[in-house]
Design a protein around this ligand. Structure first.
Ligand code: PAF
Length: 281
């Protein structure tokens, strides 16, 4: 695996690959890689000749009181895992390389409406940071396909919408959520759970599943279901940020006759904010 820290270095190598007709797959990450990330690499390998992974803890998508400074930076372990997985290129730029003109004056990409709800409501500016960095990364890598995990369902929907609206020539693929044996969705932020919290941290998943079973049984009182699921989470000692039954495409509250529904949730533990979702067919 070749490691690049500069835009120009990576671009030159990708020009060479592209000129021999190779199809390029891309997996953007913020590092601290776990099995779910490696599954994204494997998925990208299935449909591409060359796979690029980026590791960049993007300051633009973290709020002032969020965990940018304590976000785990584990480059050595990450590059070992990527090498073992057969990843071809790792792009690991620093802040100066990604934002040479500074964060404050950086041109931004804004995807309205969809980013004001759910995680966007409690993390103002977060999705603007994501769409901006992903656009930059797409311009740097120019992949044929980019693979994102479905755990960040809102992020995936926003990126799909952004690429459609801006005619970005890249196929966006969503990869299934990877879960621990008790159902907890794999996340870099799970490392912030205390030993006391960890056995109860699957409550978000259990409560989302409970809503799904209620809907499947014909219950369409989404507001009450959301409230009851939040109470279940609070009963085990966490704080629900939101629990929402949404239209999967628009991310607005689901209507009674909506059939493409996703139940999404976020909850606070003592040191992390965890998210999860389940889609109904
Ligand atoms: O999902 C993530 O890890 C990040 O939001 C992403 C897509 C790499 C952009 O920084």
């Amino acid at each position: 695996m070749q490691i690049f820290h500069t835009v120009n270095g990576l671009r030159q190598s990708l020009v060479a690959a592209r000129s021999t007709g190779k199809r390029i797959g891309f997996v953007p990450t913020m590092g601290n890689l776990h099995d779910a990330h490696i599954a994204l690499i494997k998925q990208a390998q299935q449909t591409n000749d060359v796979v690029v992974c980026s590791i960049f803890v993007n300051g633009l998508q973290f709020g002032l009181n969020e965990d940018w400074d304590k976000y785990p930076r584990t480059l050595e372990a990450d590059s070992g895992r990527l090498r073992d997985a057969g990843c071809d290129f790792l792009f690991h730029p620093n802040d100066q390389e990604m934002y040479p003109n500074g964060l404050d004056t950086q041109t931004r990409v804004i995807c309205p409406t969809m980013t004001d709800v759910l995680c966007g409501a409690s993390r103002p500016g977060h999705f603007e940071g994501v769409t901006t960095v992903v656009t930059k990364l797409f311009n740097i890598v120019q992949p044929d396909e980019a693979v994102f995990g479905m755990k960040d369902f809102q992020q995936l929907a926003v990126i799909r919408r952004m690429t459609e609206d801006l005619c970005v020539p890249v196929v966006i693929t969503g990869a299934p959520i990877h879960r621990e044996p008790d159902g907890l969705a794999m996340s870099s932020r799970n490392s912030f759970l205390t030993p006391e919290e960890r056995p109860k941290a699957n409550q978000l998943y259990l409560s989302l599943n409970w809503i799904v079973s209620q809907i499947n049984a014909g219950n369409r009182d989404y507001k009450t279901l959301e409230k009851q699921a939040s109470e279940q989470i609070e009963d085990v000692g966490f704080r629900a940020d939101y629990i929402s039954v949404c239209n999967s495409k628009t991310l607005q509250m689901a209507a009674d006759d909506d059939r493409d529904i996703t139940v999404l949730g976020a909850m606070y533990t003592s040191g992390a904010r965890l998210i999860d979702n389940i889609s109904l067919n």
